[in-house]
Design a protein around this ligand. Structure first.
Ligand code: WTA
Length: 642
């Protein structure tokens, strides 16, 4: 298994070496896994053509490393704990042996339904244990999984199914979340009806007793299909650079793109980062509260922990059901040792008062983690004091769908921590700060655009079906650098603080969204002729969505019923993307500030949305400077949704 660093001094030594001899360093980590065939070359290609390859010539199966490899000494140890939405319902555990058998059975079910190596399988599922099983079953036979977060709408799901022509969709009948029950299968039916001709089979996992319609010839029940399937399944031989999965994420322009990750490098990096960041000790119970629909769930609920032979917990529900003590109840109930969540959840729970955590025994906790968005000082301090009792280390972990693994973070309690700072780069990760002209900003105590100078094993390989886009978005801004899209500050000790996105991507409750994507959805409303979306500081969500909309003339003059308009706009956005993209604030405007070349001046709109209209600066060079005043004046009459 990959090396676990034991002291800060050791980290410093290893870091230095990893940068001096990256290939040697990663080869050493990679050797700790089971390979069906050894690799010929550790690293090939480069950033220039976006054609980086790791461990070429090697063959492996990631599930053999997640499961089979542990059967010798951990067959009866718990691998997966599943905690249901409803706490009065029994939780489930799977030992490594049981998880192995379930994954093999599911793999055989996929095969018997015509799924072969290289086929794409879409998952649109709540956080049930079968999602983990299904994902691993795909990897077992070399099928490519594309997990779509179950909060997306039918339209968004259809786009993702079509983009990579999925042959199968695996879903549940219903999604039990808090006291709601969401009709998942209906959404899938609606999505597949939108020209998803590649879909041959829909497998439905039964999570409720309510009836659903099944389409003959296409829809099949999970429990019926898996019945009697063999508990063994030979792992497919995968080349290091064969695709393991696709995960869609938003960028500043266009539709979400399918980020592609491959088998070898992803395996090595997720295991290494998991073990070191969380300082996981054998026998510990580790819980990441993310959804598997995002990269955090892929890398740090499923793959990283299982590769490391850990006990990983997955939770079906929400932090506030049946009450705001649920997270802490789960920590107490399962004696969680490492707890990993998002700042937005911390802020939401903080707002419910200090009392909730005090009712539970949190003594098992050893390391607290956070991910997904910048953590503000208040939330960091609350987490440290109320949950960590001022003694536990907090690992703020920075990474992206594209990096697949944690790039910046403290190592459990080993490395220094500082509120709002993610900290130092992991071994093998070479960061730099650039100015907008691409010149490296050397020295500490500086701020700039965060870039990565050297390949790392789990980096993005391509955007599905459009390699030019991958090259353009990540590797063309600055020569020979991967550009993250984030701004960062480096303090005197070399620790990094992530400031946030510098592009048109916003981060709402840790969910990453493109403003263009939301604008496109808004523009689908029949009364909207143009819109502009920006983020603004939001107490709980980190960033909220602020939409400026221009209505068509008739509507504008006719004193429209703004309440009605507001709710119909929210409906449209929910239909196009999903409830997570609903604007928090809507301002009806008559014009948008534009440059002479016709580009919307978002900088100005962001200031107005943040209530900082006073600091807008000179607007005289705009095409329509008068509009700014009008927008500022109108900002007091906005429609607020929550
Ligand atoms: C942001 C989520 C500050 C960042 C893992 C990044 C963070 C984007 C942190 C990626 C953090 C993630 N501190 N910001 N610890 N972690 N981000 O692809 O802006 O959903 O670029 O991956 O989230 O979002 P994604």
């Amino acid at each position: 298994m990959t090396h676990q660093i034991k002291s800060f001094k050791e980290y410093q030594k290893i870091y230095k070496n990893s940068v001096r001899h990256p290939e040697k360093f990663w080869a050493k980590q990679a050797k700790t896994f089971k390979w069906m065939k050894p690799w010929k070359k550790v690293l090939s290609g480069g950033f220039e053509e976006a054609d980086v390859r790791w461990f070429e010539g090697g063959q492996l199966n990631i599930t053999e490393n997640c499961l089979d490899r542990h059967l010798k000494d951990k067959a009866n140890d718990v691998a997966l704990i599943w905690e249901p939405n409803d706490p009065s319902q029994a939780f489930k555990t799977y030992t490594y042996k049981e998880l192995y058998s379930e994954v093999c059975r599911c793999a055989n079910m996929l095969k018997s339904n015509g799924i072969k190596k290289g086929d794409r399988v879409c998952f649109y599922m709540p956080m049930v244990a079968e999602l983990t099983i299904g994902v691993l079953a795909c990897a077992r036979i070399g099928a490519i999984h594309s997990v779509v977060f179950a909060g997306f709408s039918a339209n968004a799901l259809a786009d993702r199914i079509k983009d990579c022509s999925c042959k199968m969709v695996i879903c549940s009948d219903y999604n039990n979340r808090g006291n709601k029950s969401i009709a998942v299968k209906e959404i899938v039916d609606e999505a597949v009806a939108k020209d998803c001709s590649s879909v041959e089979t829909v497998i439905v996992y039964k999570a409720s007793n309510t009836k659903v319609k099944m389409k003959r010839g296409r829809d099949k029940w999970w429990h019926k299909e898996i019945e009697g399937k063999r508990k063994t399944c030979k792992p497919a031989k995968m080349n290091s650079e064969d695709v393991l999965f696709i995960l869609y994420t938003s960028g500043s322009t266009g539709k979400p793109k399918g980020v592609v990750h491959t088998c070898g490098g992803y395996m090595v990096y997720t295991c290494y980062s998991f073990k070191n960041v969380f300082q996981y000790q054998q026998g510990d119970v580790y819980w990441c509260s993310a959804d598997i629909g995002w990269i955090t769930g892929h890398s740090y609920i499923i793959y990283g922990p299982l590769l490391a032979g850990a006990k990983t917990l997955m939770f079906e529900g929400v932090p506030t059901f049946p009450d705001a003590g649920r997270f802490w109840h789960i920590c107490e109930k399962h004696k969680v040792n490492q707890f990993y969540t998002a700042p937005t959840a911390i802020r939401a729970l903080m707002a419910q008062g200090d009392d909730w955590p005090s009712h539970y025994d949190l003594n098992s906790l050893k390391v607290l983690g956070t991910v997904g968005e910048p953590i503000n000082e208040e939330a960091w301090n609350w987490y440290k004091e109320k949950i960590g009792k001022n003694t536990l280390p907090i690992v703020d972990t920075w990474f992206q769908t594209e990096t697949a693994g944690i790039m910046i973070s403290g190592l459990g309690g080993l490395s220094p921590q500082k509120a709002t700072y993610a900290g130092l780069p992991l071994p093998g990760i070479q960061l730099c700060l650039l100015n907008s002209k691409g010149k490296e900003i050397k020295g500490n105590g500086k701020e700039g655009l965060l870039c990565i100078k050297y390949p790392w094993p789990s980096m993005i390989r391509t955007t599905y079906g459009d390699h030019a886009r991958c090259k353009e978005v990540y590797f063309s801004s600055f020569k020979n650098k991967y550009f993250t899209g984030d701004g960062a500050r480096r303090d005197k000790k070399g620790m990094y603080r992530i400031i946030g996105r510098v592009d048109d991507v916003i981060n709402v409750s840790g969910h990453r969204m493109g403003t263009a994507e939301i604008e496109n959805a808004i523009n689908e409303h029949p009364n909207v002729i143009e819109s502009a979306v920006v983020g603004y500081p939001h107490k709980i969500k980190g960033e909220g969505i602020y939409a400026y909309v221009i209505l068509n003339k008739n509507k504008m003059d006719a004193n429209i019923d703004t309440k009605k308009f507001n709710s119909s706009l929210l409906k449209v956005v929910t239909k196009e993307i999903g409830p997570i993209a609903k604007p928090d604030k809507i301002q009806i405007v008559t014009g948008l500030p534009k440059t002479r070349s016709g580009k919307i001046m978002r900088r100005i709109l962001r200031k107005i949305a943040a209530g900082e209209a006073k600091n807008i600066g000179d607007v005289s060079t705009l095409l329509n400077p008068d509009v700014v005043k009008k927008v500022i004046r109108g900002a007091s009459k906005i429609l607020v949704n929550n």
